[in-house]
Design a protein around this ligand. Structure first.
Ligand SMILES: NC(=O)c1ccc[n+]([C@@H]2O[C@H](COP(=O)([O-])OP(=O)(O)OC[C@H]3O[C@@H](n4cnc5c(N)ncnc54)[C@H](O)[C@@H]3O)[C@@H](O)[C@H]2O)c1
Length: 453
């Protein structure tokens, strides 16, 4: 479609946007059905209190508990984990904050269903190993509980569709909690994109480059115990969304644009096997199997509106942390790690970056309203520099005000699908694959995510 035609269509749809359906039209997952005439973002009636249950309170989930109890209007009702001591540790945080002790559900791997069956939970926060995200989200939604899952939401296309279809059928929220979208820099860049400061967006670069081999020390329980087997059975981008989520919001993916097709290649796999050999005895679990996942994965995506995105993933090699966070438009470029900016006609040159302390004046100008409002408290509360708290605060705000949430099931599916397709492509000599349109055409009529305050 020509951009002119798209704008005409988007305008017509915008004019018809009052009222209308709250969720996607149901239907077959494979065929792209007609875009609805009217589209209103999905929201549920405002909740006075938000009654929360947690599944998984290990490294990540226990942090979520700590943040949630500090947010007004939240009642922590129940906690589920495989381990008694971790469940009790999380429950103690609730009691120490002056709330009644939550009920604990501990033991079997399906104990969480008993918690979901209790009937008084509005939402569930899922911070379990990757293989549990989809069954837990689906079980929650089927019981009327809104599902909020850690990243990635899913890692097969079939599972991505399962989330979309269950959310549509049950009319429940299903959010993949991509915290990086609530980072101070990412929010500011989103604001700049919405203001048109960088012009028409052309290209983005996203990554999760984080040396995590030390997690292999967790053999019996904890992150490394379940994450390491993924590196021994799969090959592709296993964790695509931290870099990709923000770039997708900048580009209005699912809201005016969408991923169209992509391909992916991985380097050979060396670093984890070397690490295991160096650090563990020969008969150690991590020296028994073979590491299949390439150390560095690179994917390229073309969007329907003609943009390009590069996504990289490397949790394996000695290299400084990096999410790239680059967005390039006809008027300028923002690049992260370290932060750099060029705006034609505004920064001194189109050949050299503004960086370091010189960025302060631009930050004053473009800081995101949400960060201006909540940034100080978020930074005090912490969690990756405040982004974790800000994300949870914003979720609760939306629920208590009956507003749509910023990341919906279509984002969860599309952003996660990039990981799933990277594996398909890597295993087929970098073959190009179409990315499903999980919105079934609604991306054409949805409004961009507003600059929320
Ligand atoms: N967004 C972020 O910045 C971020 C950071 C770290 C981890 N994560 C994500 O958080 C999730 C959890 O990671 P983690 O590092 O906390 O792992 P972890 O191993 O420390 O915690 C996982 C917890 O889930 C529990 N669990 C497993 N199966 C269960 C079941 N069937 N029923 C109930 N509880 C079950 C385990 O007992 C454990 O306590 C992962 O999806 C990971 O990718 C996200």
């Amino acid at each position: 479609m020509k951009r002119r035609d798209f704008l005409k269509m988007a305008g017509a749809a915008g004019a018809a946007m009052a009222g209308g359906s709250v969720m996607a039209a149901k239907g077959g997952s494979s065929a792209e059905s007609e875009a609805p005439q009217k589209y209103k973002e999905f929201a549920v009636p405002a909740m006075d209190k938000v009654r929360v249950g947690f599944i998984g309170v290990g490294a990540r989930g226990s942090g979520h508990v700590g943040h949630m109890i500090a947010i007004e209007g939240v009642e922590v009702k129940a906690i589920c984990d495989r381990y008694q001591d971790w469940a009790e540790r999380a429950a103690k945080r609730v009691v120490d904050a002056g709330q009644p002790a939550p009920d604990l559900y501990v033991g079997g791997e399906h104990e969480y269903r008993k918690m979901l069956d209790r009937g008084d939970l509005d939402i569930v926060i899922i911070s379990t190993p990757w293989e549990w995200h989809v069954p837990m989200c689906v079980d929650a939604m089927n019981r009327g509980v809104h599902a909020f899952t850690e990243v990635p939401a899913a890692y097969t296309l079939e599972d991505c569709w399962k989330l979309v279809e269950t959310a549509e059928k049950t009319e429940r929220h299903c959010m993949m909690m991509e915290n990086v979208n609530y980072g101070r820099d990412e929010l500011m860049v989103l604001n700049m994109c919405r203001l048109g400061v960088l012009g028409d967006l052309l290209h983005g670069e996203a990554a999760y480059i984080h040396e995590l081999r030390g997690q292999m020390n967790q053999v019996e329980r904890g992150t490394g115990s379940w994450r390491t087997p993924h590196y021994m059975t799969r090959n592709g981008n296993l964790y695509p969304t931290h870099g990709l989520g923000p770039v997708s919001h900048y580009m209005n993916i699912n809201r005016g644009d969408r991923y169209d097709y992509m391909s992916s290649i991985s380097s050979k796999s060396k670093s984890r096997a070397l690490y295991a050999k160096l650090n563990y005895p020969e008969d150690h679990k991590w020296n028994q199997g073979r590491f299949t996942c390439g150390d560095m994965n690179t994917s390229i995506i073309k969007t329907a509106m003609g943009r390009s995105i590069m996504v990289q993933w490397d949790e394996n090699t000695p290299r400084p942390y990096d999410r790239l966070n680059l967005i390039q438009g006809t008027r300028g470029t923002w690049a992260g790690f370290p932060n750099r900016l060029i705006i034609e006609g505004e920064t001194p040159s189109t050949h050299s970056w503004v960086q370091g302390g010189d960025l302060d004046e631009y930050r004053k100008k473009y800081e995101h309203p949400l960060f201006i409002k909540q940034g100080e408290i978020a930074q005090k509360m912490g969690g990756h520099g405040g982004m974790d708290f800000l994300m949870l605060w914003r979720i609760i705000y939306c629920l208590r005000n009956g507003e749509p949430i910023d990341q919906d099931v279509y984002d969860a599916a599309a952003w996660s699908a990039v990981g799933a397709i990277s594996e398909m492509s890597v295993n087929n000599r970098g073959r190009c694959y179409d990315v499903p349109d999980f919105t079934r055409g609604k991306w054409k009529v949805r409004e961009p995510l507003p600059v929320v305050s």
